[in-house]
Design a protein around this ligand. Sequence first.
Ligand code: PGA
Ligand code: ZN
Length: 424
Amino acid sequence: VIETVTARRIIDSRGNPTVEVDVVLSDGSLGRAAVPSGASTGAREAVELRDGDAARWHGKGVDRAVAGVDGEIAACVRGRAAADQAGLDAALVALDGTPAKSRLGANAILGVSLATAKAAAAAARQPLYRHLGGPDAHLLPLPMMNIVNGGAHADNPLDFQEFMIAPVGADTFAEAVRMGSEIFHTLRRDLLAAGHSTGVGDEGGFAPALRTAEEALDFVMAAIERTGYRPGADIGLIMDPASSEFFRDGVYDYAGEGVRRTPSENADYLAKLIDAYPIVSVEDPMAENDLDGWRELTARVGDRCQLTGDDVFCTDEALVREGIRTGVGNSVLVKVNQIGTLTEALATVATAHRAGWTAVMSHRSGETEDTTIADLAVATGCGQIKTGSLSRSDRTAKYNQLIRIEEELGTAARFAGGSVLRRA
Ligand code: PGA
Ligand code: ZN
């Protein structure tokens, strides 16, 4: 049973404060979890409680969230069975009492939810992925590796937020990491040779001063080929335009490119990119408030491209159900802090899978050294993870954890490869 619950302030990969929680059980087992934070957040995300005191941490302090864990939340969960994750999470949701977890904060609640899961795994003397996923959890996810950053994650003119590579032709997870790393370094040399900056953005991908998606895709394609891989067969391309960020007054305003596109023109533009490049997945191709645009694009290319909803679903099972019913995309991005408890995040994955949709486990742009999502990707068997570049320890920590899990599983391990991109 849970004996103590304590929180502290640590700093995330952007240098902002965030919540870390320790849960200790009566047998001495410790679970520790740190909470990530987004920059291009969806409007319907669970609320991250920030102090708003401009004199401290530029308003981003988490003292109230920490106090909530140490006080009210600790008092509520002390004595509960750590193994009853669903019961614990339901108690946390009820204690908060608001629809978006705005009273105690999803950052406070998620820290306790994840730390408890890890403590329960420790008590059962099992790795987290097995504790949550059972003895059959053996699928290593296809990594979506971010190598070019733009949008809200960099200061360059690129309108799209993320350009990623996925080693669909790799045989193992470790090989996928090697392939990604090799391409990352080729890209660095190519950018340098072309006179571009090789500084990196929030998720560790390069942030060169490019203006159009085509320019970025061409650099990525060249780097894949020059490294000795075949675009398409070995490496699939993935983009996250994060288009809610530049959808204004019913129009997609590509400020870097200097072009405005109506929803139909945007669907047209994306469909052309999907046909011109070996793009296997696009996240948030249309804005969270442009469901008609989402449906138009899904009808057009949903049969040949994974269309993953991030802002539009916010890891909320109810919103995913609605998307399934109304033809908005065919896949959901899963960010545990968008919804605020482990149980709810797992329910979202299960609902997606039941409908023949895919689910992609994901980091946030503000991360820590916490590697819980690596284990969650294996536990759920979702087969895909998006956790940033092949640089910066906040990103590589997750890849390294998956390398360890693959090694631990030995011959039982199976690498998802490209076959997971569509379930239906
Ligand atoms: P965020 O963005 O973590 O900054 O919200 C990541 C994404 O849009 O996928
Ligand atoms: Zn996104």
